[in-house]
Design a protein around this ligand. Structure first.
Ligand code: HGY
Ligand code: MN
Ligand code: MN
Length: 428
């Protein structure tokens, strides 16, 4: 289990030291007991971190706005009307989560932008593109499903009305939650020409290979399902076993089936159930209903399709074995897609120029850049995660790696703002 070392700004100077100091402050907002954070989308802690972030951006001369799904933008306009290089990640977290997932990328984006803005000011340079720092709304999908909601609406993949009407477990809508923290705007946000995101790897591959920068060249595909297992409420003591229609038994068999399907494709398929809601969840009652969220992921779409078929066959068997019916509710999926090769090459060239060790990697998790790359050329970068730990309070990335990532991102964003990928973009 990794041991978090508190960020130490004194080991750095200039923008790097300011970045590490600000990161330490951000870690204190919504801090959890064991070094992590608990900042669900649209919660009071999310409101607090958004207000703090807005002040930070404004103090550096950025104007701050929220779009109609609560994405938070810090805008620096050099050429009125020119499109933006959009750079950032997400500040929302899973429950009792790590402090780096998303938050690192948002703050690194801000400090990359601060560094570039002051260099350009001093040198009297006007870049070709405007610059937007972004904190995407609800990347995690923990409180409101699905995940990557802000970037899905921004990129036109999810209807705005559907996103705003989504409810959490207590019936609060996205629209109400965003309004309650003062973060619901009414515009579409800035027009993007390019996008960049930096994130922790959340796996072990970079640490194993001893590299500082991961250049993401594609993402794994995912199929996420909400299943509803229907049984019948009964007395746990008096109802004879053969009369029972136990929804929790059906759900349990489904949890095990998901794992057994993964075991058929060792290393190339990940499956799991992350959430179960049992009704009525009462001591002497056979449950009548279980809602569960199950996901399957692979870098190989043929494997994913086969696994999906196997899972659905198992569902028919489980219905018979547990005397329940299993309904498939909403689903959220994304295919394997590459990041634009010209962006991958730009990142590799940048890392080489900076003398940073680098390697191409795939992202197993979804990110907001997974959405953005479908509308504009996008560069996705990783820094290593100690022991690969993530969605866990012990998530940790060393200060030297978060600072190396900041340098890398700064240089990539400078190139994007200077139009280094513009000819490729015009050819598309
Ligand atoms: O990978 C995921 O499901 C998430 O949205 N990050
Ligand atoms: Mn993330
Ligand atoms: Mn996450």
């Amino acid at each position: 289990m990794s041991r978090i070392v508190e960020p130490d700004p004194s080991a750095f100077s200039g923008e790097d030291a300011r970045f590490v100091r600000d990161f330490a402050v951000l870690c204190g907002i919504g801090a959890a007991e064991h070094g992590g954070v608990h900042r669900l989308a649209g919660s009071a802690a999310d409101g607090e971190q958004r207000r703090w972030f807005a002040e930070l951006l404004k103090s550096e001369g950025f104007s701050v706005e929220f779009d109609r799904i609560g994405n938070q933008f810090g805008l620096l306009e050099f050429t009125p009307g020119a499109p933006f290089v959009v750079v950032g990640s997400h500040l929302d977290s899973q429950p009792t989560a790590g402090r780096y997932d998303g938050a690192y990328g948002v703050l690194a984006a801000a400090h990359a932008a601060f560094g570039l803005a002051s260099q350009w000011r001093l040198a009297g340079i006007i870049p070709q593109y405007n610059l937007a720092v972004v904190n995407w709304f609800n990347e995690e999908g923990a409180r409101f499903k699905p995940s990557m909601m802000g970037s899905s609406v921004y990129t036109g993949k999810m209807p705005l009305a559907e996103a705003l009407a989504t409810v959490d477990a207590s019936g609060v809508t996205v629209s109400e939650a965003l309004s309650s923290i003062g973060c619901l705007g009414d515009g579409p946000g800035p027009v993007a020409a390019f996008c960049a995101e930096i994130h922790i790897e959340q796996g072990r591959s970079m640490e194993r290979n001893g590299v500082t920068i991961g250049v993401v060249d594609s993402n794994w595909a995912a199929n996420k399902y909400e299943f509803v297992v229907h049984g019948e409420q009964a007395h746990t003591g008096s109802t004879v076993i053969e009369d029972r229609r136990d929804a929790l038994l059906g759900a349990s068999l489904l949890v095990v089936a998901a794992r057994e399907v993964a075991d058929l494709f060792p290393g190339v398929l990940h499956t799991s159930v992350g959430q179960l809601d049992v009704y009525p969840n009462s001591p002497v009652v056979v449950p009548s209903r279980v809602n569960l969220l199950l996901d399957l992921r692979s870098a190989d779409e043929a494997v994913l399709a086969e696994a999906d078929d196997l899972l659905h066959q198992r569902i028919r068997e489980i219905e018979a074995a547990a005397n329940v019916s299993i309904e498939q509710g909403s689903s959220h999926s994304w295919p394997v897609t590459p990041y634009q090769p010209e962006g991958v090459e730009l990142a590799e060239k940048t890392a080489a120029n900076l003398g940073l060790s680098h390697r191409r990697v795939k992202t197993l998790a979804g990110h907001d850049s997974t959405n953005m790359k479908d509308i504009v050329p996008t560069v996705m970068l990783f820094v290593p995660s100690v022991d690969g730990i993530s969605h866990n309070e012990h998530e940790y990335t060393r200060d030297e790696d978060i600072v190396a990532g900041l340098h890398m991102l700064t240089n990539v964003v400078r190139s994007l703002c200077n139009g280094e990928l513009s000819s490729g973009a015009a050819d598309d």
